[in-house]
Design a protein. Structure first.
Length: 382
């Protein structure tokens, strides 16, 4: 039934039926007639999706018992685009399972107006080409430690009552995003010695969905990342003061003129004539170096997918939504559905002390917490 639902959903989201190929100067996406195959979950979390040796679609749909997973290669779409596809898939599946005609459901499904709209480059459409102010990003504190073998990721999912955490955020005089960021900064701070704290700032990178600020029906990537940087050498304040500070920083960095600066910078790099002329094998090496340098500019990442809603009668059939992202450091991804706030912390590091401190911040304030994780070694079974 899930297989049938996937095939039907893909008819409305043809922008997802593509493969990635190598050109002389760039990788590019090409339409394909491949049919995705639903399978039982049997591979490591956030494993490779792009298989260069053979054409394959850039997403996977798997299941385990009552859990349905969608994994997407970031080249294909960002979180918001993937979420549109996933919600449509879930509604299609539940309509089949419950015997509800799709005609009764279509009005609740957010399907872009056309295939061209789904594939549109929203950066190109909305960039203004104005003069770009230099955006300085100093090297940040970096997490270190022993990593899991074979590039595997540890994912710890933390679920809490949405209303209780929102009340805590309000009590600390900030938004939910600001409060969670402050909590993560507090938990990470203890990981560094006073000597290291004096050498570099503690920096969180926060992806921002630009569809909230610019009109776009595109399923392709349309986001930018802002940086919240606590100055090196300064002691981290108490949680309320820190939450207020983060909230102010978020408001400052999401002002239209600041978002425009970052969008123009991205578009200028992508559209640079001389960069376009560089052969792909050289470009890949240069991009790897640029990526490694970029990784030094933040300590961790916090991504707020948002509050999800599903129409009845489907809404009551769903317990919760979770989201996570592959990372080489630490990333906290949060999503709320009704009264369940799910935060998933992914990291390649064995040491779980940051996650423990994070959970303790909430349990010490009386919040009921449910924790689950993927099992990578015997220590995870304790």
């Amino acid at each position: 039934m899930l297989q049938h639902a996937l095939e039907e959903t893909l008819l409305d989201f043809e922008a997802y039926r593509v493969v990635m190929k190598k050109g002389i100067f760039w990788h590019y996406l090409e339409d394909a007639d491949l049919v995705p195959q639903v399978r039982q979950e049997d591979r490591p979390l956030c494993g490779p999706i792009y298989r260069g040796h053979r054409p394959s679609l850039l997403f996977d749909v798997t299941y385990y018992r009552s859990l349905i997973n969608l994994e997407v290669f970031h080249v294909l779409s960002d979180g918001a685009g993937a979420l549109s596809f996933f919600q449509a898939l879930i509604m299609r599946y539940l309509s089949l399972k419950m015997g509800i005609g799709w005609e009764e459901v279509m009005s609740h499904v957010a399907i872009p107006s056309s295939l061209s709209a789904m594939k549109a480059d929203s950066f190109e459409r909305h960039t203004t080409g104005r003069k770009i102010r230099q955006i300085k990003s100093p090297r940040a504190l970096r997490l270190r430690g022993i990593r899991y073998p074979q590039n595997r990721l540890k994912a710890i999912r933390i679920q809490m009552p949405t209303s209780e955490v929102l009340a805590l955020a309000k009590a600390h005089k900030g938004t939910l995003t600001a409060y969670i960021c402050a909590c993560l900064m507090r938990a990470i701070w203890e990981e560094f010695s006073p000597r290291r704290r004096k050498k570099a700032p503690l920096v969180l990178s926060i992806p921002v969905d630009l569809r909230k600020y610019y009109a776009s029906d595109s399923l392709r990537n349309f986001f930018n990342s802002i940086l919240i940087s606590w100055p090196k050498g300064e002691e981290l304040p108490n949680l309320e003061t820190l939450t207020i500070w983060v909230d102010q920083q978020l408001k400052e960095e999401t002002k239209p003129e600041r978002l425009e600066e970052r969008m123009n910078l991205f578009a200028a790099i992508e559209g640079n004539f001389w960069i376009k002329l560089v052969p792909l094998f050289i470009k890949n090496r240069a991009l790897k170096i640029a990526y490694d340098i970029g990784q030094r500019r933040n300590t961790a990442i916090v991504s707020n997918v948002g509050a999800l809603k599903m129409p009845e009668p489907f809404g009551s059939e769903i317990q919760s939504f979770d989201a996570c992202v592959s990372t080489e450091k630490m990333e906290l991804t949060m999503v709320s559905y009704r009264e369940v706030l799910s935060l998933t912390v992914t990291t390649p590091f064995l040491n779980p002390e940051i996650q423990r401190r994070l959970v303790r911040l909430w349990t010490d304030q009386g919040i009921k917490v449910q924790i689950a994780c993927n099992v990578l070694d015997r220590r995870d079974e304790r």
